[in-house]
Design a protein around this ligand. Structure first.
Ligand code: ZN
Length: 131
């Protein structure tokens, strides 16, 4: 694990959430991206070497919409930067960790990502992210 790459925060509406982070906390918005396969629109706000990623669902059946339905808005996942993601996934799987993705898939900002299932992490959705 190299560092915390980003923290994913589920919001109902990016345009309503952004003013707090941008105008009150003074973070800069470095861009937006829509990820069709994850059914989200993402805003990137760098903080030092890490980032806040604000996530708005684009589909009521998407994972972020379901998260908000069950838990409300808030921190949805924690992402660690790793090197050699495919190898790391093999090691985790071999040691019995429940993976949502056992192979890397494309994530925001050109990263390769995979999620670890919260049942193996004490309830936190953890993303591994290789850039
Ligand atoms: Zn993420």
């Amino acid at each position: 694990m190299d560092k915390i790459d980003h923290i994913g925060i589920a919001v109902r509406d990016l345009e309503q959430a952004l003013p707090f982070y941008r105008d009150r906390l003074g973070l800069q918005v470095k861009g937006f991206e829509e990820l069709a396969d994850q059914k989200v629109k993402v805003a990137f706000l760098p903080v030092g070497e890490s980032k806040i990623e604000l996530l708005q669902s684009t589909d009521p059946a998407g994972p972020v919409a379901k998260f908000i339905e069950h838990k409300g808005e808030g921190i949805q996942h924690l992402a660690f930067r790793v090197t050699n993601l495919a190898e790391k996934l093999k090691q985790l799987k071999a040691s019995g960790v429940a993976l949502i993705d056992d192979k890397p898939r494309p994530g925001a900002g050109g990263a390769r990502i995979a999620f670890i299932h919260p049942r193996s992490t004490g309830g936190i959705l953890i993303e591994l992210c290789e850039r």
